[in-house]
Design a protein around this ligand. Structure first.
Ligand SMILES: Cc1cc2nc3c(=O)[nH]c(=O)nc-3n(C[C@H](O)[C@H](O)[C@H](O)COP(=O)(O)OP(=O)(O)OC[C@H]3O[C@@H](n4cnc5c(N)ncnc54)[C@H](O)[C@@H]3O)c2cc1C
Length: 399
């Protein structure tokens, strides 16, 4: 088998990269180790309206389960900061159906797909790459000009290409369970020591079912389970409305902080494999899809030019960093800052934001994909007087 481009991993990012490579004239194979696209699910499925449109998907009823317009952010002391976006800001989706839609779109663009095909080895040169796979358990070799590693948080392609590691991996765990929502238009976020270093969440699938989870920066799954048990049994908001029964369990790693190198001779990595995830929320579909389009375009043109050298592929690294690098770096700083606050600091910080003027600013400029827009507005001289209390809480927290 010989292709211009082979994409490893049929998640949303791999499917998008494969589609874009095909749309740019390359012959493309997309391989997936599992026997089924979109399964097992490792995601809450909360996608901003921008994420869905970045993937070129229409929010149809087969994919979208619920609409979300804001968040109720709970301080460790139980006080609630109500953030109302005023209109639909995000969709709760079936990731299985969403991933399948993206792979179907790739097939429509001319991509060949091979499931139950696992990449196990790689021999690289500046022109042709040999990808060793187990296809239905049988060893095979696929030749390609360019390999795109979209193989998720524990990317083997990144390792085989000698690329480094993401800066940090969080352990995420979530159940889907019967849960009486106060308002199914709002997600709930729980800050502080109940999910230290990140946050806990409930995301309503409907008025009576929610996805309830958290992530903690340990890389230790059993640690995350312990925290989830505490959240379910000790958090007053959740305990009173989660009345037993688990419909589904999801767990997975969330990579934060992009790789310092995302290209090597013959290889580029994208999505979770490259750490292209928003550090403030752990969401990787929007950022991954935006980078996947660039990866697909650059892989196709490099393959057609028969130049898969790291210098040629570096165009991808430069372009995705120009588009999202600043936002991800700022997000990482916000993540580290919030993660370092004590429960008291968080109570004070969130309490100081609970004023009509600041909530109006958040409604107008809050953007779950680009926190820098709100940060800039909050720090502008015309608004900074409203921020005095917040600054005070920040200052006290860092002193
Ligand atoms: C608990 C949790 C909740 C989350 N919630 C959200 C959310 O609400 N919104 C959001 O935007 N993001 C969320 N994320 C992050 C999101 O799931 C990822 O960022 C996104 O799935 C990344 O897509 P991807 O295609 O890069 O990787 P993946 O979706 O992980 O896909 C990688 C694919 O590669 C395949 N693969 C791996 N190795 C090989 C191999 N050697 N050969 C062949 N195939 C291989 C895997 O089977 C998999 O199908 C969450 C993550 C977790 C863990």
């Amino acid at each position: 088998m010989q292709y211009d481009v082979v994409v490893v991993g049929a998640g949303p990012v791999g499917a998008t990269a494969a589609r874009y490579a095909a749309l740019n004239g390359a012959s493309v194979l997309l391989i997936e180790e599992h026997t089924s696209v979109g399964s097992p699910v490792g995601c809450t499925g909360l996608l901003s309206t921008r994420a869905i449109s970045e993937c070129d998907v229409k929010p149809t009823n087969d994919i979208v389960l619920n609409l979300v317009r804001g968040a109720h952010v709970y301080s460790p002391n139980g006080n609630c900061l109500p953030i109302d976006g005023g209109k639909t800001k995000a969709y709760v989706v079936s990731r299985k159906m969403f991933d399948r839609k993206l792979v179907t779109m790739a097939v429509d663009a001319g991509v060949d797909v091979s499931i139950k095909t696992r990449a196990i080895g790689l021999n690289r040169t500046k022109r042709l790459q040999e990808l060793l796979v187990l296809q239905n358990g049988v060893p095979n070799t696929i030749t390609a000009n360019v390999i795109i590693g979209a193989d998720g948080v524990r990317s083997n392609i990144a390792k085989m290409a000698g690329l480094g590691n993401v800066q940090k991996v969080l352990s995420g765990i979530q159940i889907e369970a019967p849960y009486t929502s106060n308002d199914a238009d709002f997600v709930e976020l729980f800050m502080g020591s109940q999910a230290p270093g990140f946050f806990g969440w409930t995301v309503p699938v409907s008025e009576t079912i929610s996805r309830i989870g958290l992530a903690v920066p340990t890389g230790n799954e059993s640690h995350a389970i312990q925290y989830l048990n505490i959240l379910l049994n000790s958090n007053k908001e959740i305990f009173e409305r989660c009345y037993g029964g688990v419909l589904d369990i999801v767990y997975g790693g969330i990579p934060l902080g992009p790789q310092s190198k995302t290209v090597a001779d013959g290889v580029l990595i994208v999505g979770d494999a490259a750490g292209q995830v928003k550090p403030t929320s752990g969401g990787g579909v929007y950022t991954g899809a935006a980078c996947a389009k660039i990866a697909g375009e650059v892989a196709a043109s490099s393959a057609i030019e028969e130049d898969a050298s790291v210098n040629r592929l570096n165009e991808y690294d430069k372009r995705w960093r120009a588009k999202l690098g600043r936002e991800l770096n700022l997000g990482m700083k916000i993540h580290e800052f919030i993660g370092g606050l004590s429960d008291n600091d968080l109570d004070e910080l969130l309490g100081s934001m609970n004023t009509p003027a600041i909530l109006d600013l958040i409604t107008e400029y809050g953007d779950m994909d680009r926190p820098s827009i709100l940060m800039k507005k909050m720090l502008s001289p015309t608004n900074s007087w409203q921020m005095m209390n917040v600054f005070w809480a920040f200052a006290k927290a860092v002193l």
